[in-house]
Design a protein around this ligand. Structure first.
Ligand code: B1M
Length: 214
């Protein structure tokens, strides 16, 4: 019988091989899949705070991320229930210079479960790739851009801005909606760069995507 604390501990410790089993145990114990997911997201914050305080370093963040991925794989069938594709196509990626993909992957999971087919461009995606993906996939209704790093340390937020501005210059812009999100992004920033929508988390991203195409 696994508890939410067990789930948190295993992610923080970065024990990827054991995480799937602990998450499965937690599900078998009757815990709510969403609660388990939120526990893992909170665990990543603990990891981030420890990194900020120089108590752990990049390798520890990496193993925690791997553990979280294993846990999310187990949760996936319990969180997604939509018919993939019925709402149309969406292109999604993490912007240039940024390797954080856990948030993006959660957003994809929720958006697929809301009925969209998602074309996942992965991480470190140059602005040209977003445009190419729209041109190569007729019928794309939304482009989603995710960012994990703030402007203070890296070029990620400028990269997000450049990608949105580049999308805004395209002839197809009137036919698509642009959504942005990620820990450093705010509604004010999204408005400033000309995105159509910003949401704070994966569940509200799926809700917003449905609104945008209806
Ligand atoms: Co990095 N990292 N990292 N990291 N990392 C952070 C982001 C950091 C806050 C840690 C810290 O210092 N406290 C810090 C950034 C500080 C800043 O920018 N001011 C940081 C740093 C500094 C770095 C490096 C520079 C470290 C180094 O090398 N010295 C480096 C940069 C690499 C790069 O990107 N070029 C780096 C590397 C890494 C790893 C590769 C080791 C690993 C990522 C592995 C992976 O993703 N596959 C990693 C991790 C794991 C983290 C933390 C610990 C966790 C991130 C995460 O997955 N959060 C993170 C600390 C933290 O966040 N507390 C940290 C959970 C995830 C579910 O949340 O991504 O916010 P989030 O997504 C949410 C919402 O934002 C939203 O929905 C999601 C679900 O609810 N959302 C959207 C996201 N995208 C959306 C799109 C939408 C809508 C909503 O619409 C399209």
């Amino acid at each position: 019988m696994a508890t939410l604390k067990d789930v948190s501990d295993i992610v923080i410790a970065g024990k990827a091989k054991k995480t799937a089993g602990v998450v499965q145990d937690a599900l078998d114990s009757g815990l709510d899949p969403k609660e388990i997911l939120n526990t893992m997201i909170d665990a990543m914050s603990v990891v981030g705070d420890r990194f900020s305080r120089n108590e752990i370093f990049v390798p520890e963040m990496l193993v925690a991320a791997k553990a979280m991925k294993k846990g999310v794989d187990v949760l996936k069938p319990h969180l997604s229930d939509g018919s993939v594709g019925a709402m149309g196509k969406m292109v999604m990626g993490t912007v240039a210079g940024d390797l954080h993909d856990i948030g993006k992957n959660l957003v994809i999971m929720m958006i697929e479960s809301a009925g969209f087919e998602v074309i996942d461009l992965g991480v470190d995606v140059p602005k040209e790739k977003f445009v190419e993906a729209v041109r190569e996939n007729p019928g794309v209704k939304i482009v989603g851009l995710s960012a994990g790093l703030s402007a203070l340390l890296t070029t990620t937020m400028p990269a997000l801005q450049e990608a949105v501005e580049y999308l805004n210059q395209q002839d197809f812009r009137k036919d698509i909606k642009v959504m942005v999100g990620g820990a450093p992004i705010t509604q004010a920033f999204a408005d400033k760069i000309g995105a159509d929508a910003y949401t704070e988390d994966a569940a509200s991203a799926a809700q917003k995507a449905k609104e945008l195409v209806s």
